[in-house]
Design a binder for this molecule. Structure first.
Ligand SMILES: Nc1ncnc2c1ncn2[C@@H]1O[C@H](COP(=O)(O)OP(=O)(O)OP(=O)(O)O)[C@@H](O)[C@H]1O
Length: 668
């Protein structure tokens, strides 16, 4: 559903609440450190700059000095993006007038005052800094490569926000990325070859480069990033498939030295920031999509006409945009990058930016629950935010089939098929999910083939998600497979431990729940193959804590998840339906049938929730098992039950008891 955009103070408050929790559980911080942190109050967010106030210079120095690393990390966890803190001193008298986190929502938007905000190096060299021209300040604030060198002996300086939303600062420094901390050369304090090549090891040289070409960076960032992969240049159109199951980052495995690939990734993520940082184009596209539509009513109406949800779909069931069918909550910002998905994310971002046209079509494949659908939606949301006049359409292969069949069956309207064709052939960005389900459906595939060709010939963007690589798709003609392979194929692997923990932290931050590190570790240790399961485990633990009005502890998490930990029995959806039916004194047919009485509907939704969580089946497959229901019905059931588990003990108990029964069938 559309959300209202947050105002700068509100956004700062929300980020800070989550970041404080991350910091609170940072075991590396002493009580004294935490004391300094408790002096911080959030003021406002401008792009990727968060203005924080403290009450004294001593606090400012501490926050900018030894606490800068943990602070940056916590802000990133909380916001899902690199945030640059600007620390402002508010004198005690003024502090009283400064909004506390609780009251910040209603506070007037603060006017950031550069004179009050300092970085450590400003404090050390006030004259030099005061003399800096704004453009130079911005560049300097972007020279976070220095900041990234947290292994350097002196405290890492915080970047200076200059009191203004920063438009060019971050992206002007392509060397900045926390990931770069991992490169061996940086660990030893040496500049990598890539850094030397672009001058980023030399702040002065880099500043000059940044000043010379600032406006080119946002538009070309991802393309540059991709062009930097030798294999891309050598073999556009060739498949790129890092070895399955490899723990190595996808791109480095395929493209060479790690430092080199990380450099390119840094540029890519900066491309995203570059775009998102513009004050007119806030980073959270999900929130602003309605705004984009409001400013382009003709286009919105046009889209509506083209993609009004067909009658067989219940419009109330999913929080998807009625025109584009996009899930607006899935963005690049809340897609945590890791070795397993970073390459896919980079390419997806290039396509979203419109700079990745040579990767057309883009095929993303991987097992269930690894983020394919999320990336498709992120592409659509980003593309629309960048250009609200685009016609974007997310569609599952099931929806595509249904729409096609609807058009065929509508004998009263002989023009239905031409209309269907026109509808699809007018899109600028087509995002088609779960393409594998088109396999064997000859008429639909034929239709899709023509749609594909029309779009491709018109240079429209096509992104396809599938559970297997194109050449493994069953029931597809070679002509279609070869067209899929004419673009770029990337895979997503199960996330490594670090990424799993980062995802859990982000989710906990979103929920505003304090969770100790050992609980993240426990869940991340156990749920390794599917991010949906990872989320499900966290949902259960937080639901248990919330229902019992307890904090989340390791013991509570262990108790809650013990049945998951106890056994790895393979669970079939039919087992789930039988077990849930038995539990609620219903029949199998009740659950897969059409009756919608309250008790049957609840039991059915719980069964769908369990099927989604405990099997690797897709939404479409689950819908099929439940009497041929639409996948949106399954999605709705899943969302509803996971929400209700947090609030209603009864629902929580049903889910937990049924989990135990399913995991221990011999005990029934
Ligand atoms: N890197 C990530 N960062 C944050 N959340 C993620 C990430 N990858 C996946 N998720 C989340 O995990 C859940 C499952 O992802 P998604 O539905 O995109 O998977 P999928 O690969 O399309 O699965 P399926 O093939 O079963 O449809 C979603 O809630 C998604 O937001």
């Amino acid at each position: 559903m559309a959300q209202d955009p947050l105002d700068p103070a509100q956004e700062a408050r929300q980020i800070w609440i989550a970041a404080s929790q991350v910091l609170q559980f940072n075991e590396a911080l002493t009580a004294r450190d935490k004391g300094w942190l408790s002096d911080i109050a959030p003021e406002a967010v401008f792009g990727t700059t968060i203005v924080l106030s403290v009450s004294s210079r001593a606090a400012q120095e501490a926050v900018q000095g030894e606490l800068s690393g943990p602070l940056l990390e916590a802000l990133k966890m909380a916001s899902g993006r690199e945030m640059i803190p600007a620390i402002k001193i508010v004198q005690p008298s003024a502090t009283q007038a400064t909004p506390s986190p609780a009251s910040a929502v209603n506070a007037p938007m603060p006017t950031a005052q550069p004179a009050q905000m300092q970085t450590p190096d400003q404090a050390q060299h006030p004259t030099q800094n005061q003399a800096q021209a704004p453009a130079e300040s911005a560049v300097r604030s972007g020279s976070t490569g220095e900041f990234a060198q947290s292994s350097a002996p002196s405290p890492a300086p915080l970047p200076y926000a200059g009191g203004q939303p920063q438009v060019w600062s971050d992206q002007s420094d392509s060397s900045f990325s926390p990931e770069r901390l991992n490169t061996p050369s940086e660990a030893t304090g040496q500049a990598s070859t890539a850094e030397e090549a672009d001058g980023s090891a030399d702040p002065q040289a880099h500043r000059q480069a940044s000043q010379q070409f600032p406006e080119q960076l946002p538009a070309s960032s991802s393309q540059d990033a991709l062009a930097a992969f030798p294999t891309y240049q050598a073999a556009q159109g060739a498949q790129v498939r890092p070895s399955q199951g490899s723990q190595q980052p996808s791109a480095p495995a395929a493209f060479g030295p790690q430092a080199y690939s990380q450099q390119t990734f840094a540029q890519s993520s900066l491309g995203e920031q570059a775009f998102a940082e513009s004050p007119e184009e806030p980073r959270d596209y999900a929130q602003y999509a309605p705004l984009a539509q409001a400013t382009a009513p003709a286009q919105a109406a046009d889209n509506q006409q083209l993609f009004a949800i067909p009658p067989f779909m219940d419009q109330n069931q999913v929080a998807r945009d009625p025109q584009t069918h996009l899930d607006k909550s899935a963005t690049f910002n809340n897609f945590i990058p890791g070795a397993s998905n970073r390459f896919a994310r980079t390419v997806a971002l290039a396509v979203a930016e419109g700079t990745g046209r040579i990767y057309n079509p883009l095929c993303i494949y991987g097992s269930s629950g690894l983020g394919k659908t999320h990336l498709l939606n992120a592409i659509g949301n980003y593309a629309l935010l960048k250009d609200s006049s685009l016609k974007v359409r997310y569609v599952t292969s099931e929806e595509f089939t249904n729409e096609f069949i609807e058009a065929l069956q509508d004998t009263k309207h002989a023009k239905q098929i031409p209309e269907f064709n026109q509808r699809y052939r007018q899109v600028d960005v087509l995002l088609i999910d779960d393409i594998q389900f088109l396999g064997g459906k000859e008429a639909t595939l034929d239709q899709f083939f023509h749609t594909f060709n029309a779009l491709h010939d018109a240079n429209k963007r096509i992104v396809i998600a599938s559970d297997v690589a194109p050449n493994k798709l069953k029931g597809f003609e070679d002509r279609l497979i070869s067209r899929f392979e004419s673009g770029l194929t990337v895979d997503i692997q199960p996330p490594d431990r670090e990424t799993r923990v980062a995802i859990l932290r982000m989710l906990a931050g979103n929920m505003g729940i304090a969770i100790p590190n050992e609980v993240f570790d426990l869940i991340a240790e156990r749920f390794t193959e599917n991010i949906r399961e990872l989320e499900g485990a966290l949902t259960r633990v937080t639901a248990m804590a919330s229902l019992n009005n307890q904090p989340v502890t390791q013991t509570l998490a262990e108790q809650t998840l013990q049945d998951y930990f106890a056994t790895d029995v393979e669970i079939k959806p039919t087992d789930i339906i039988s077990q849930v039916a038995k539990y609620f004194h219903l029949t199998f047919d009740d659950l897969v049938g059409r009756t919608r009485t309250k008790n049957i509907a609840l039991a059915r939704q719980i069964a769908m929730y369990l099927a989604r969580e405990m099997t690797s089946m897709s939404l479409v497959d689950i819908g099929e098992v439940f009497g041929g229901r639409d996948h949106t019905t399954v999605m709705h059931a899943y969302t509803r039950i996971s929400n209700e588990m947090q609030e209603k003990r009864e629902i929580y108990n049903y889910v937990m008891e049924l989990t135990v029964r399913l995991k221990h069938p011999q005990a029934n």
